[in-house]
Design a protein around this ligand. Sequence first.
Ligand SMILES: [Zn+2]
Ligand SMILES: [Zn+2]
Length: 406
Amino acid sequence: MSVKGMADILPEESWKWEKIRSLFLENARRFGYKLIETPIVEHADLFIRGIGDGTDIVDKQMYLFNDKKGKHLALRPEGTASAVRSFVEHKYNSELLHKWCYFGPMYRYERPQKGRMRQFHQAGIEAFGVDDPALDAEQIILARELLVGSFGIESVKILLNSIGCPACRPGWQVALVDYFRRYDRELCDNCRRRLDINPLRILDCKVQRCSEIAKDAPAGRNYLCGSCSAHHNKLKQYLSDMNIVFEDDPMLVRGLDYYTKTVFEITTDKLGSQSALIAGGRYNDLVKSLGGKDSPATGWAMGIERIFLLSDIKHASEKTVYFIALDEPSKIVLFKLFASAAKRRNCRFDYKGGSLKSQLRRANGAGAQICAIMGENERISDTLLIKDMKNKTQKLIKIDEFGETL
Ligand SMILES: [Zn+2]
Ligand SMILES: [Zn+2]
């Protein structure tokens, strides 16, 4: 048995993963995002500092272990902290715009459910060096284009908010603490602890009573500074100009601590309850807090398991040619033809042999469109019998015409 929450991607479905990956990379590349591959294992400290204490990920969900030298390591639970670590480590110039994208497995110890695994996959984009709401708009446009245009997922909803910056958020935090203190006894244990560490996190608690209380909490919108509020308004303008429908949701926060200003989610109701397919936002302070120069940044991540469940992409299969030899000497001649044809197209050789009937049955099973058949008669006359499996027609051709027949 595989480890709980960790699944195989079987040969029958791997084409769909490949397709999702290539559609993602293709779209990202058109907007200038280049692929970065970071290691799956990082220092645990990176995520504790980057994502923050008091978040579900750091408190409960990380896969932590010590290596043989006692180094405290973690399987990456998300992609942004690693990308920032790499950006800082390789000293990229924070004055310039850098656009990166990634695709790979992430690890969180959660209760597995439909579309949520302990080893799951995320594709994401990050842009460093620019604090412009137009860039936030670009990333939301790219996200939407992927979901609707490439993966064929209709009925998505864009939720948008600004959670402010270090200049204005403390005001909101004080108001939140004041508000939630009144419900001290009713909040869950986690939220009571969050009250001291990061009261914003309470807005995101999934415990029913907590979310009921949170509904009437003071909205961050009223506390935004001039710069945050202008940023948010411009972003909304850019999206409206593109006729992109969104919901401005003053209670939207993200489950990670590093966000500043813009946060957003693109959700669907196609998986039962409303669930996020893409989530992200701006994180202008993370690069600095992980040891780099001050560099604004923004990005999002997409859950591939959910895309896999919802996407309607089709398997565009290439024609398969199936090679059938009816005796041993023909097999030797035919195998040479097969091996050179397989360099250029989709080919299968029937190694099991036997009667024409049983080989044709296997050709059908393999989804072959064309069979190239050789028995004694064909071999002696340097010919091949070409059978079209769909139209049930067949014709005899010269071996040296074989290439152009296909
Ligand atoms: Zn602000
Ligand atoms: Zn709670």
